[in-house]
Design a protein. Structure first.
Length: 218
């Protein structure tokens, strides 16, 4: 592994990922680090933006009403990566949560780079500040691929490191790109660190409220 400060990135216990409220896990991931140690090169970013998806009764979730070879990893015990291709181009990383069989997951939507920034720039051929301000761009910056789906996030390939900052407010809004989900599209299950300019986009102010509440599923 990298000689750098890789091992100073302390991982949470498995229990962090096994909690039944996926929205709470999505909030708690904010301020934590997503770290990649692929091929001995370490890159890390502070998590700025997440979206929660529930495997039961949430039409926006890939696992809703069906179990396929692609989504099989979502049914594993929490603490593994679910990585899929969006539009056949973008590799998107999700954190599987809850106990085995529940298929909950949290999509990571934006990072603030904190280590390996020059490497990230090279991977993205990019010179501007927003290196990882989107679910597809952050995986490109960190060289995370769909072939790594199922990776244990307590290992040394891709992992979550404990938060080093919690002094921030959280803004909540509706998830992005899930209009097909009907009423479930209006769940306020997107979370960002309020005021951070590196999120993928500001929280949408939507006055309509979904009749489905978090408590019905958690």
């Amino acid at each position: 592994m990298h000689e750098n400060n890789t091992f100073l990135y302390e991982k949470p216990d498995r229990s962090f990922f096994l909690r039944e409220d996926v929205t709470q896990v999505a909030k708690d991931l904010l301020g934590m680090l997503l770290v990649s140690g692929k091929n001995g090169v370490v890159t890390a970013g502070k998590i700025l933006e997440t979206e929660a998806y529930c495997g039961r009764g949430d039409k926006a979730c890939h696992a809703n009403g069906k179990r396929t070879p692609r989504t099989e990893v979502m049914y594993r015990e929490g603490g593994v990566a679910y990585i899929y291709l969006c539009y056949g181009i973008h590799h998107l990383i999700n954190i599987v949560t809850n106990v085995e069989g529940q298929a909950d997951a949290v999509l990571i939507r934006a990072l603030e780079p904190v280590e390996g920034i020059e490497v990230m720039r090279e991977r993205r051929n990019f010179t501007k500040a927003k290196l990882a301000s989107g679910p597809g761009t952050l995986t490109q910056a960190m060289d995370i691929k769909v072939s790594q789906t199922g990776t244990d996030l307590l290992g040394d390939e891709i992992w979550i490191a404990k938060s080093y900052e919690k002094d921030f407010e959280i803004s909540e809004g509706t998830r992005i790109g899930v209009d097909y989900a009907g009423e479930d599209a209006f769940r306020p299950w997107r979370f960002i660190i309020k005021g951070n300019k590196l999120v993928s986009r500001p929280v949408r102010s939507d006055k309509r409220k979904s009749p489905v509440t978090t408590s019905e599923f958690h």
